[in-house]
Design a protein around this ligand. Structure first.
Ligand code: MN
Length: 128
């Protein structure tokens, strides 16, 4: 069975780009449009990994990450933060919120699947 990835991103174009890349790599994809919906879908679908945009309406990525990691039902799900923050201290803030790794926008479409495989522990050649 393919690993399941929840993409939480408010920007439609960014979301479609990530969906396209990850579908090509064989992942099952779930999409959410803001942090609140992301938390809800994480609880419902139990994805293996969450791609979490930091800048979103309703609830931003930092708050969503904190809540996901505080909930025993979702705390073990890997979180890859996607951010256009580039300020000093942002990396520390993102990791302190509970994110496992982060990538800067614009998304590097070659690097994204590599980072995801590493987070999922798939670098040994098994899986998609
Ligand atoms: Mn955004």
């Amino acid at each position: 069975m393919s690993p399941k990835i929840l993409i939480v991103e408010d920007n439609v174009q960014n979301r479609l780009l990530m969906v396209d890349i990850l579908k090509i790599h064989g992942y099952e994809i779930i999409e959410a449009r803001d942090g609140m919906e992301g938390i809800q879908f994480a609880r419902e679908h139990k994805p293996d990994l969450i791609l979490l945009d930091m800048q979103m309406p309703v609830m931003d990525g930092l708050e969503a990450a904190r809540r996901l990691k505080a909930d025993p039902g979702t705390r073990l799900i890997k979180i890859l933060a996607i951010t256009s923050f580039a300020m000093k201290g942002d990396r520390e803030r993102i990791l302190a919120a509970g994110c496992d790794e982060y990538m800067a926008k614009p998304i590097d479409t070659r690097q994204l699947p590599v980072v995801i495989r590493r987070l999922l522990g798939l670098e040994d050649g098994h899986g998609p």
